[in-house]
Design a protein around this ligand. Structure first.
Ligand code: MEV
Length: 299
């Protein structure tokens, strides 16, 4: 038997960094998926863009940890992904969730989705040293999710363009940026705390505006959120260049997504081709995509 499961990547509509201090955020699954094919075999093997290995905690740490955690007999695992690796779009969460789900079905284990999300979060923590549960939760359940309540909001029926600066985001970089914001907050609490609170307010307003499908209003708040992330010092010239190019091309709004310091930005728009072209002309790699309600699924 063979089982194929796929799991989506994610973006933050609002609230990264502020969420670390208990403020609400909105994270959304996007229709960029990692597919994992699992079948029983005589030999353990893991194949991806970076090569074929056995259980290998250096080259395929997430998949090897997932296999180990599930205690499976010999299997072969084939990975293909539409999510750029190390760009803040949750690629490691997606490959972990999809691998666990495919093994779960192929080997007749009956874990619920909650358990898959929990195991995937544990694996991310083991591999990276620290990880927020947001990526693995959103990749497992899909949709538009308010954090930390995990309330599912209405699906956004608006187009999305992701702009990748090509400058890597990484767990280590994320940890450094989180530390950098913490230091700023500690040094200037009266200046920084209101910024964090204001970022939290976007998720509160956002919940209402998402339900009203007022994408121009959402865009305005995304623009303010981007400005405040810049104020916190996590933006880069390249990210802002892509953000401004998207806005000038008519996007409702645009902001960096994730920890910043490189990685990706997102633009909310119904003119995806025009915005994508503007991003490419400004030196970014554009990915046209949509929001998705589908989390991990069997294909
Ligand atoms: C990183 O994707 C998002 C941050 O808010 C960190 C976190 O929530 O763990 C910067």
């Amino acid at each position: 038997m063979t089982t194929v499961c796929s799991a989506p990547g994610k973006i933050y509509l609002f609230g990264e960094h502020a969420v670390v201090y208990g403020e609400p955020a909105i994270a959304c699954a996007v229709e960029l998926r990692t597919r994992v094919k699992v079948k029983s075999s005589t030999k353990m093997s893991i194949s991806s863009d970076i090569g074929t290995t056995g259980l290998d905690f250096e080259i395929h740490p997430y998949v090897s940890s997932a296999i180990q955690k599930m205690g499976t007999p010999e299997i072969s695992v084939e990975i293909s992904s539409q999510i750029p690796v190390g760009s803040g779009l949750g690629s490691s969460a997606a490959v972990t969730v999809a691998t666990l789900a495919a093994i779960n079905i192929e080997c007749g284990m009956c874990y619920e989705k909650e358990k898959i999300a929990q195991m995937a979060h544990d694996i991310e923590k083991e591999v990276q040293g620290a990880a927020s549960p947001t990526d693995t939760f959103v990749s497992t359940f899909g949709g538009v999710i308010e954090i930390p309540s995990r309330k599912k909001l209405d699906l956004l029926e608006c187009g999305l363009v992701i702009g990748n600066t090509g400058k890597g985001a990484s767990p280590k970089k994320t940890a450094n940026l989180v530390k950098q914001v913490a230091l700023l907050k500690e040094t200037y609490p009266d200046s920084i705390n209101p910024i964090i609170k204001t970022i939290g307010s976007f998720a509160k307003h956002g919940q209402v505006i998402v339900a009203q499908k007022k994408y121009d209003e959402l865009g305005k708040l995304m623009n303010i959120n981007h400005g405040l992330l810049d104020a916190l010092g996590v933006c880069t010239l390249e990210l802002s260049a892509l953000v401004y190019a998207s806005r000038n091309a008519g996007a409702y709004g645009a902001k960096l997504t994730g920890a910043g310091g490189g990685g990706c930005m997102v633009a909310l728009t119904d003119s995806q081709e025009v915005v994508a072209l503007a991003i490419e002309k400004t030196g970014g790699r554009a990915i046209i995509t949509t929001f998705t309600k589908e989390g991990v699924l069997q294909e």
